[in-house]
Design a protein around this ligand. Structure first.
Ligand code: HEM
Length: 145
């Protein structure tokens, strides 16, 4: 079932505190999960400290974190459901074609939530809201992956 409007507000409020930390968020994901970094041709096998401050890293971080911002902007309004489904299906297809696994998506998710919990305003209700929203999104991704 869709997130409530209170949950959508909690997701948006917490995301607002970190959504400009694109480079920091992608670096946290790569640092927690080197197997994810290894899937990026430009970054595979390189020392994270040596790539983190490059333009290529900022570009990728902006795409990935920007995608999450698009979804967060749409959450909580049923009339946005078709637009969300289109974005998610495109993401699933492009990542399916790269051979990205469910396990790696779950790794990404755990780093994202860990980053949020330590850098955004956070409490039990906010944690529950993200769990609910991410369960919905990841259910859609996994249906197509
Ligand atoms: C919810 C999680 C994720 C989001 C929101 C996300 C988002 C994106 C976006 C927006 C792009 C650029 C557009 C595209 O090619 O589709 C992209 C590219 C890519 N993603 Fe993801 N991604 C996620 C998870 C992952 C995971 C878990 C991996 C690897 C294990 C991964 C590997 C890649 C690669 C290799 C590219 C291509 C980079 C290039 O152009 O060289 N992504 N991702």
């Amino acid at each position: 079932d869709p997130v409530s409007s209170d949950q959508a507000n909690a997701i948006r409020a917490s995301w607002a505190g970190v959504k400009h930390n694109e480079v920091d968020i992608l670096a946290a994901v790569f640092s927690d999960h080197p197997d994810i970094q290894a899937r990026f041709p430009q970054f595979a096998g390189k020392d994270l400290a040596s790539i983190k401050d490059t333009g290529a890293f900022a570009t990728h971080a902006g795409r990935i974190v920007g995608f999450i911002s698009e979804i967060v902007a749409l959450v909580g309004n049923e009339s946005n459901a078709p637009a969300m489904a289109t974005l998610i299906n495109e993401l699933s297809t492009s990542h399916h074609n790269r051979g990205i696994t469910k396990g790696q998506f779950n790794e990404f998710r755990s780093s994202l939530v860990s980053y949020l919990s330590s850098h955004a305003s956070w409490n039990d209700a906010t944690a529950d809201a993200w769990t609910h929203g991410l369960d919905n999104i990841f259910g859609m991704i996994f249906a197509h992956l």
